[in-house]
Structures are given as C-alpha cells and as structure tokens.
Write a protein that binds this ligand. Structure first.
Ligand code: PGA
Length: 254
C-alpha cells in the first residue's frame, strides 16, 4: 500500500559535470518505463540543475540534502525552499546524522527546517538514528523517540502525505555494517507507533519509513522485505549507476 522510495544521498560528491554523467547513466535503463517505486537522487546543491536536466523525461526525481529554515535574505551560504522548488526539487533530506554531528544541527533547528519544507510545498525526509554507544547501552528507542517527537510536536498538524522518516543507525552509515532486517523492522515499527500517537493509525500507515546505513544490492532484498521498511536512503551505493539500479530493481520486484 505504501510506495517504495529509493533515495540516493550523494553527500559531498559529484560536481555538475560528474553529476550529469552519473544521472544520465542512472536514468538510461529506465527511460520510457513506468515503475511503481519512487526513484530519487539528492546531489550537492550546485549539481541539482545538471541532474534535473539529465532526468528530464524520465521518472527520476531530484532532491536536496539540506535547506535553510529561513525564507530569504541575509543568510550567507544558505539555500531556501523556494530556490529548491525553482530548481525542480521535490524532496529535501533534513537532519542527517552528519549534519547533526559536524554542523551542530539541533532537534529544534531540524524541526524548523522540516516544518518550513512541508509548509512551502516540498516533501521532507527526516533522518533519525542512534550512535553505537547508545545502542550498546539499550538506549536506541529513547534516542530515536526524542528525535522524532521533537519534530512531530513542532509540526503539530498531520502532514503525513509529505513526511518521510529515514531511520539511519549512525553505526551503520558508511561503515559496511548494516542493521539486521530484524533490528530495522523493530525500530521502524516503533517509529510508526510514535507517528500513530500524534496523528492516528491511518496517517501512521501512510508515512514511509526508509532504512539507511550501508544498504547495498546484496542486502536490499532482505531489508526491503520487512513490513515497515518502505525504501532506502542510500549513500555509497547510490554513487554508482549499477548498484543504485540494482536496488531500485529489487524494490520493483517486491
Ligand atoms: P551509506 O550512507 O549508504 O553510505 O551508509 C547512508 C546515508 O548516510 O544516508
């Protein structure tokens, strides 16, 4: 009932020239085909136009990796929701653990960015996830609950149509170590229960919860087969057309 979202996060990789080449390669095999999953790639800001034009006429969508919590004006170095819309983006990744860790993004700022994104007509992919020490001490649910509720409370109203959550255990990002399908399912179910508490069951059933953290062609099937795993947020494996394509094909086959 929920459509898979297969989202690639290119992080700080691929300037316009390389991004255009990679995007063309990715979309080539899917041209003219209709597919039931949503295929999304999130390049660095500067490469968005190049990727957007490479995807023209294909079902592939373009997204951003971050956005400002402000409208416009004197915010040096920031990019606004209206700029992203103008450039053809449909989604924004918000609160990635790398932004929390290296750029000091707080739950409060992340909640503001999420609300602004949705209010301004884009879809938000909110990233949450625990550190290794937090999992080792059994605190993963407590940590994720705090991160999710900070945003749900700030959003207030039900925005389930435009809200996606990505569960990304920090210990699994870029490490080659993946959460087991059971660990992912357990946390996704817990996250859905948090959404249900705020917005009720039918909205909670609508919200897509992606898994992120070393998702690859060889583990995608077991992860995507879990009932509460509705797609992936893919870093490393989305930087190659064939591995991203294989994950997309896997989603299509389920
Ligand atoms: P990874 O990154 O797939 O390289 O682990 C995922 C992410 O950080 O979104």
């Amino acid at each position: 009932m929920r459509t898979f979202l297969i989202a690639g996060n290119w992080k700080m990789n691929a300037g316009p020239t390389e991004a255009a080449k990679l995007a063309k390669e990715m979309a080539a095999g899917w041209k003219g085909k209709t597919f039931k999953s949503e295929a999304l790639l999130c390049p660095p800001f500067i490469s968005i136009p190049a990727v957007q034009s490479a995807f023209e006429g294909t079902g592939f969508q373009t997204g951003a990796q971050n956005v400002s919590n402000q409208d416009n004006g004197a915010y040096t170095g920031e990019i606004s929701t209206s700029m992203l819309k103008d450039a053809g983006c449909s989604y924004v990744i918000i609160g990635h653990s790398e932004r929390r860790e290296y750029y000091g993004e707080t739950d409060k700022l992340i909640a503001e960015k999420t609300k602004k994104t949705i209010d301004d007509g884009l879809k938000a992919i909110l990233c949450v996830g625990e550190l290794l020490e937090e999992r080792k001490s059994g605190k993963q649910e407590e940590v994720v609950e705090k991160q999710v509720n900070a945003v749900l409370n700030h959003l207030g109203e039900d925005v389930s149509d435009n809200f996606v959550i990505a569960y990304e255990p920090v210990w699994a990002i870029g490490t080659g170590e993946t959460a087991t399908p059971e660990q992912a399912q357990e946390m996704h179910k817990f996250i859905r229960s948090l959404v249900e508490k705020s917005w009720g069951k039918s909205s909670a059933d609508k919200v897509r919860i992606l898994y992120g953290g070393s998702m690859k062609p060889d583990n995608a099937h077991e992860l995507l087969s879990m009932p509460d795993v509705d797609g992936g947020l893919i870093g490393g494996a989305s930087l190659k057309a064939d591995s991203y394509g294989q994950i997309l094909e896997t989603a299509e086959s389920i």
